[in-house]
Design a protein around this ligand. Structure first.
Ligand code: C5P
Length: 224
């Protein structure tokens, strides 16, 4: 089974993806990690993020193992890591270089310990439209920019990252704009995606709603 979850930053995709992967015993691929890895490697190599050729070169050389290593970088989940990821992901050459790695995962998905899984939950911006257009279930998870900024602000505060709510909101808005305006694989729901607005929902309400959608889909496919 392949499930794709797309949507803007801090909409609740990660929490939902992890819960679904756990419940249905599926591997989880957080595709934002490939862009964060390139963004962080640009910092490590003292490259300016506006250097598309350098970013594309790093993207072509990225492996799964290298991405896991780069995920330990202190900026990987921080504001700069997020900003760099958003900038490098707007380069068509970077997206093209990182597509195969994301697609290949569905052919032989594995859990964190390397053992094989029977399917995958993808989380990202274009996983239902570009990475895996033939996915069994496609979800587009969204929420208002203010609600998303509040959630991200709390996450940063819990990690001891000193940033104001206003700056988090401004960053969310500029990432939304870059993600939806870019020429290559812009952020948009797949035509066959179920759209879920999480602005007024708790994580367990979202999970319940999605499980009902999945169970109905499984029932329908068994009836065929
Ligand atoms: O989801 P996350 O915040 O980790 O993603 C980091 C950045 O990577 C996003 O702001 C987005 O611009 C980009 N991204 C993307 N396509 C994906 C996943 C993430 O363009 N499938």
């Amino acid at each position: 089974m392949i499930i794709t979850i797309d949507g803007p930053a801090a909409a609740g995709k990660g929490t939902l993806a992890a819960a679904l992967a756990d419940k249905y015993k599926l591997a989880y691929f957080d595709t934002g990690m490939v862009y964060r890895a390139v963004g962080v490697e640009m910092i490590e190599n003292s490259r300016d993020v506006s250097d598309e050729a350098a970013a594309a070169d790093l993207a072509r050389k990225l492996t799964f193992q290298k991405m896991m290593k780069l995920s330990e970088h202190p900026e990987f989940r921080g504001p700069l890591g997020g900003k760099n990821a958003s900038v490098v992901s707007s380069y068509p050459s970077v997206r093209a270089a990182l597509l195969k790695m994301q697609r290949d995962f569905a052919q032989s998905p594995v859990f964190k310990d390397g053992s094989p899984a029977r399917g995958v939950v993808y989380d990202g911006r274009d996983t239902g439209t570009v990475v895996c257009p033939s996915a069994d279930i496609k979800l587009f998870v969204t929420a208002s920019p203010e609600v998303r900024a509040e959630r991200r602000f709390k996450e940063f505060r819990e990690k001891g990252i000193d940033i104001s709510y206003e700056n988090v909101l401004a960053d969310i808005k500029s990432r939304d704009e870059r993600d939806s305006q870019r020429a290559s694989a812009p952020l948009k729901p797949a035509p066959d995606a179920v759209i879920i607005d999480t602005s007024a929902l708790f994580a367990n309400d979202v999970m319940e709603k999605v499980c009902r959608i999945i169970e109905a889909k499984i029932k329908k496919s068994l009836e065929k």
